[in-house]
Ligand binder design. Structure first.
Ligand code: TEU
Ligand code: CA
Length: 531
């Protein structure tokens, strides 16, 4: 990897969904000033970078992922001056700011699209894809055909997501230049990097009928980020469709494309063919096997990985992969240990650090996520309400988007009466309660990130999977020539381990002292090997 990529592995990134983080002026919507208020909190966790989900102007059909002006801040979130203050405060604290770049589509309210749809010869027409008939059978991610009929010109336009998110036509050099200008605009304002939304879809493969990973993908990315002026920034691509070969190309040291990518193999586990709303049997061994596979692949190819369990699109990890009832603390901390001491760059999503559990609701009024609401509309009447809400509660993106629980007071300390209901369990699971609890998920995360930052073995050190053929457990090593660590993560059931290694425990979630012996469900420990 490049020196820069190596350096980026020292980052610990905290993701903020601005609408739901902290509401500073009590209008019920999280905002930029709310984020500024909480920077010390984020820093105290051990994070040194923040990824901000979109905070640009948007009609909010997909909560900011439908952008109507790339260069200004959403009114409800504050002003560009608020943003500048926030950025300065981050930099003062040695924290990096990673903005969300949505390059595959705009909002239908963006000036470009408003112009484009007026007439076939409008100068902005070719900023988007238009056709007399749908060119293929592509489906929009949020349901229905990806081709939307538009009356004004009697043609269809392409939208891979919501109807109000028309796909940009990257084959048009003007579109590419616009996006380069957007990147440069924010870099000049001090941004340290970008998380790039569905980046592998900017080049379409009409010939092979694939909406992504098209023939010009690498060329486009290199145009955006391979330029000298922006070679210092951190870039992570959201690339659902990227397999091994593609990842080597996207982030290889000599490629001048991206710093790293999000790879989702472990995140889609526990879902059936029906996707996010379709629960399927799942055991943690499957997750371990995916993690091991990618750790070894990334190490072999000397590429920096991303390490994550949640984001704004995913239900809470402690509910999906752990036990959010009687083993909430244990499973939340074990999952963190399983993932974040591996080799790569940790990303944590707001609320994850206190073991936030999924909410529950059987009232459609409690949902906002366009994907969930569309799913409801499609299936209402086909399934019983009971079945339908079971699926929605399992998969909804709103599980990550309810307002952050800061304390046990009204509106869970978030601010005014919130735009989305607060978490059902906020009295029990909130920042204040967690920090003062004997079993504090936050303090465990803090210790984990401190351990990580203080020992080179966890940064540039090698990774080795030493689980062998054991079941229900994950054991891995991280080491340099000078120091060695063994990480033991036990899964759902008790397990006995016999290992003859001279070592001492440096981080545990159940207070164990020795590496051998019985491990309780979700017990984990990190050992320093004596030499
Ligand atoms: O998501 C892309 C994506 O394909 C999925 O994660 C998607 O959210 C869907 O839920 C799959 O079931 C990105 C953003 O992360 C997401 O929030 C946006 O809605 C989407 O792009 C469109 O911009
Ligand atoms: Ca507000």
């Amino acid at each position: 990897m490049t020196d820069r990529q190596n350096e980026f592995q020292k980052m610990v990134v905290y993701q903020i969904y601005p609408r739901s983080f902290k509401d500073s002026n009590s209008d019920g919507i999280g905002d930029i000033n709310g984020i500024t208020e909480k920077l010390d909190y984020i820093k105290s966790l051990g994070a040194n970078a923040i990824w901000l989900s979109p905070c640009y102007k948007s009609p909010n059909e997909d909560n900011g992922y439908d952008i109507s002006d790339y260069r200004d801040i959403m009114d409800e979130f504050g002003t560009l001056d608020d943003w500048k203050r926030m950025t300065a405060e981050m930099h003062k604290r040695g924290m990096k700011l990673i903005m969300d770049l949505v390059a595959n589509h705009t909002s239908s309210e963006h000036k470009w699209f408003k112009e484009a749809r007026k007439s076939k010869d409008n100068p902005y027409r070719d900023y988007y894809y238009w056709a007399d008939e749908p060119l293929n059978d592509w489906q929009a991610c949020f349901g229905g055909s990806a081709w939307q009929y538009d009356e004004a010109t009697n043609q269809y336009y392409l939208h891979s997501y919501a109807v109000g998110q028309p796909d940009l036509n990257w084959e048009n050099p003007k579109v590419r230049q616009e996006m380069i200008d957007v990147v440069d605009y924010w870099v000049k304002l001090g941004v340290d990097g970008f998380r790039c939304d569905v980046l592998d879809q900017i080049s379409k493969d009409f010939v092979n009928n694939k909406n992504g990973n098209g023939p010009r993908l690498h060329e486009y990315i290199k145009m955006l980020f391979g330029r000298e002026e922006v070679s210092h920034i951190f870039t992570v691509g959201e690339c659902w469709g990227a397999g091994e070969d593609n990842i080597k190309q996207l982030i290889g040291a000599d490629r001048k494309e991206l710093s790293t990518v999000f790879q989702f193999d472990h995140i889609v586990l526990g879902r059936g063919d029906g996707g996010r709303f379709d629960p399927a049997p799942f055991v943690l061994d499957e997750m371990r096997d995916k993690l091991v596979k990618w750790q070894l692949f990334m190490q072999k190819n000397d590429l920096p990985a991303t390490l994550f369990l949640e984001n704004h699109d995913q239900p809470r990890c402690v509910s999906r992969f752990g036990n959010d009832a009687e083993k909430r603390y244990e499973s939340a901390t074990m999952l963190a240990t399983m993932v974040y001491l591996q080799k790569g760059i940790p990303f944590i999503y707001q609320g994850q650090e206190i073991g936030t559990a999924n909410p529950y609701s059987e009232n459609i009024e409690d949902y906002d996520d366009i994907e969930t609401v569309n799913f409801y509309k499609r299936n209402k009447g086909k399934l019983t309400d009971k079945e339908l809400f079971a699926k929605m509660n399992f998969g909804t993106r709103d599980a990550a988007r309810r307002p952050m629980s800061w304390d046990e007071s009204e509106n869970s300390g978030f601010g005014g009466k919130p735009w989305l209901p607060i978490y059902n369990r906020y009295k029990e699971i909130n920042v204040k309660a967690d920090m003062t609890s004997e079993k504090s998920v936050f303090r465990y995360y803090q210790q984990l990130f401190r351990l990580r930052s203080e020992n080179e073995a966890f940064i540039s050190g090698a990774y080795d999977n030493v689980t062998g053929n054991r079941k229900g457990i994950y054991i891995y090593k991280r080491y340099t020539n000078d120091e060695r660590f063994i990480i033991v993560c036990n899964f759902e059931n008790s397990n006995e381990l016999k290992l003859d290694i001279d070592c001492e425990a440096v981080l545990t979630n159940c207070g164990r002292k020795t590496i051998s012996g019985m491990y309780e469900p979700y017990e984990c420990a990190v050992f320093r090997v004596n030499r």
